[in-house]
Design a protein around this ligand. Structure first.
Ligand SMILES: [Zn+2]
Length: 359
């Protein structure tokens, strides 16, 4: 279960906390169970994770490879929401893709952004409001682990009781940061937040209500990501939109901690620089994983190369995903079908997941 939440990123759900009145502890949302199950059952992912654990693969290579291709245009759609709400979210999100940004966002008509399921072609980022909390799948995971009829991003209750400004902007920008491939800044390999956290308090709080996280999950979501020689990571950026605003008592030095941040509402200069740098280094990451894949045993090698081919695709290519044992072909844009990689969902891993969960 160690890697279960590799791509599960969460955001404080202050709205849920305020309304649910469950506990004075902050509520941190993770991905929904159905998506967690798919990630846990991804047998191709586990091939790369094995390389990670024996030091032959870098976490950052994997993360960068999972980003979109340079120059991609990502179609965004909404599962509902008024015209005004959709237009407001689109306008905020477009702050990520100023001229010179490595990818573009396509909302359709900016005054009346696209509704999911309308028109032709698939959407890479699908926004809904019905789950608890705020979350987004990271980069291409939105195509691998969620179907077209499923959300890849959740903005809880924005359709009924949207947060006021600047909370509204902060949440939208943060979640789109994940959709473009960003991790949380407090886990930056070059940060010292791990040393600054007050772990006794964090474990006690997050093990209890309202989160009920086990220690693996706490470590996975809060501990620093490993740094490997040759990795690129930008220096820790306290102003990053990807930095959580943890309660001050989560830090041994309180608000004097270098990692403590009051709410960051805008994309920082460091965020923009990191986006460009990460996308420019993406081909090198894919090459490194290709070298790793060449040395795998034959049955793993072929599956790993399928995934690498998927990573190389432009956003307008085609995709085949496998659900259980049933393969479904999804033309992204019918005119430019290029390659048909697979997400191998391993039925045994899926069964094990259920068994473990039900213990
Ligand atoms: Zn987040």
């Amino acid at each position: 279960m160690k890697k279960l939440l590799l791509t599960a990123f969460a955001f404080w759900s202050s709205a849920a906390l305020a309304e649910d009145q469950i506990s004075p502890s902050p509520f941190i949302e993770a991905l929904p169970d159905d998506i967690e199950r798919r990630i846990a059952a991804d047998s191709v992912r586990s091939i790369f994770d094995a390389g990670l654990q024996n030091g032959n693969v870098s976490e950052q290579f994997i993360q960068r490879s999972n980003m979109w291709s340079l120059g991609d245009t990502l179609r965004v759609c909404f599962f509902g929401g008024t015209q005004g709400l959709r237009a407001r979210i689109a306008k905020v999100a477009l702050s990520w893709t100023q001229p010179g940004a490595p990818v573009k966002l396509d909302f359709g008509n900016l005054n009346d952004p696209r509704i999911c399921g309308s028109g032709s072609g698939i959407s890479h980022i699908r926004i809904g409001y019905s789950y608890r909390g705020y979350w987004s799948l990271v980069g291409r995971d939105s195509l691998v682990y969620a179907d077209q009829y499923q959300q890849s991003m959740n903005l809880q209750r924005f359709d009924s009781t949207p947060p006021s400004s600047p909370e509204f902007e902060r949440i939208v920008l943060h979640e789109f940061g994940h959709a473009l491939g960003f991790q949380h800044e407090h886990q930056n390999p070059l940060s010292s937040c791990e040393e600054e956290f007050n772990w006794d308090i964090i474990y006690r709080e997050l093990r209890g209500a309202p989160n009920f996280w086990d220690d693996d999950k706490i470590n996975h979501n809060l501990r620093r990501m490993p740094y490997y020689s040759g990795d690129f990571a930008s220096t820790f950026d306290r102003t990053s939109i990807m930095l959580y605003t943890f309660p001050e008592y989560y830090y041994r030095m309180g608000i004097a901690s270098k990692c403590y941040s009051p709410a960051n509402d805008v994309i920082s200069a460091g965020d923009r620089a990191a986006l460009s740098a990460a996308y420019s280094q993406r081909p090198a990451s894919i090459n490194a994983l290709t070298e790793f894949a060449k040395a795998l045993p034959p049955q793993d090698r072929s599956a790993a190369f399928d995934r690498i081919e998927f990573w190389k695709l432009q956003s307008d290519a085609a995709l085949v995903v496998s659900e259980g044992r049933k393969d479904i072909e999804k033309p992204l844009f019918a005119s430019t079908i290029k390659k048909l990689p697979k997400t191998a969902i391993d039925q045994n891993a899926l069964d094990n997941f259920y068994t473990e969960r039900n213990k």
